[in-house]
Design a protein around this ligand. Sequence first.
Ligand SMILES: N[C@H](Cc1ccc(I)cc1)C(=O)NO
Ligand SMILES: [Zn+2]
Ligand SMILES: [Zn+2]
Length: 291
Amino acid sequence: SYTIDNQTTVNSLLPQLQESNITQTIVDMSSFANRYYKTVNGSDAANWLKQKWTTMASGRSDITVTQFAHTGYNQTSVILTISGTDNGSEVIVLGAHLDSINLSGNGETSHSPGADDDASGIASLTEALRVMINTGYKPRRTIKFIGYAAEEAGLLGSQDIAANFKNSAVNVVGVMQLDMTNYKGSVNDIYIYTDYTDSLQNDFVAKLAATYLPALKVGYDKCGYGCSDHASWNAKGYPASLPFEAAFNRDNPYIHTANDTYANSGNQAAHALKFARLAAAYAVELGSDGP
Ligand SMILES: N[C@H](Cc1ccc(I)cc1)C(=O)NO
Ligand SMILES: [Zn+2]
Ligand SMILES: [Zn+2]
């Protein structure tokens, strides 16, 4: 059952998350010409994220960063693992995808900055991670931050990883996906998507928002298909949620083009900061549960 019983820890973390750090990660990540899953740039972007998270984790012996290799393309996924203290067999996953796409073409020199789709999700997660590390937070459960390869090719990276975890009987008790967090296309701040997700966990996510982000307005919607990596986990029977930037068809119109830039997300990361805070609350509340 989902209980909210870590107010002291979460309320000490939330004010430390900063919009400027999210901006920096989006700008840095969207400066690769492309992050297409089959190009050299696409592989370089994965290696860049691995290095970034490794640097952040230095000094923490309970944190490891690995690259998950996939078959048929060189871009890896990146997995950061914070080992749980006394309930490490139970695993929480927070994910976003590190690849990008331009529907007009994806050659080595093609342009797909993917600032919103999905550098924003990576940036939101990275800022939550930074504060969790900075405050010396140690979860009882294991927490994994995952940058997925090849989401745009059909959820390929997350499909491999979810299958691998299922085959190894990893006890994943919750998954949150952040895919597009920085374009405020609708009246509400956070939209919880109700298809290909877990309704009980969705209720918990709404409760987290009401408890820790009371000024924010929460809406609900459906994609109508497996619209991001949460669907790979859902398909394997793991509980997943997708807090998303806008209502259906009110999302960022620039995605999958050369114009999915930080500027076209409004030159701000205040919207993405909401999702970073939600991710931090989710990670700490679920990560702090004992056996
Ligand atoms: N299809 C998704 C983006 C996407 C997700 C939800 C909605 I509503 C609209 C668009 C994608 O491109 N993920 O990378
Ligand atoms: Zn996309
Ligand atoms: Zn995406």
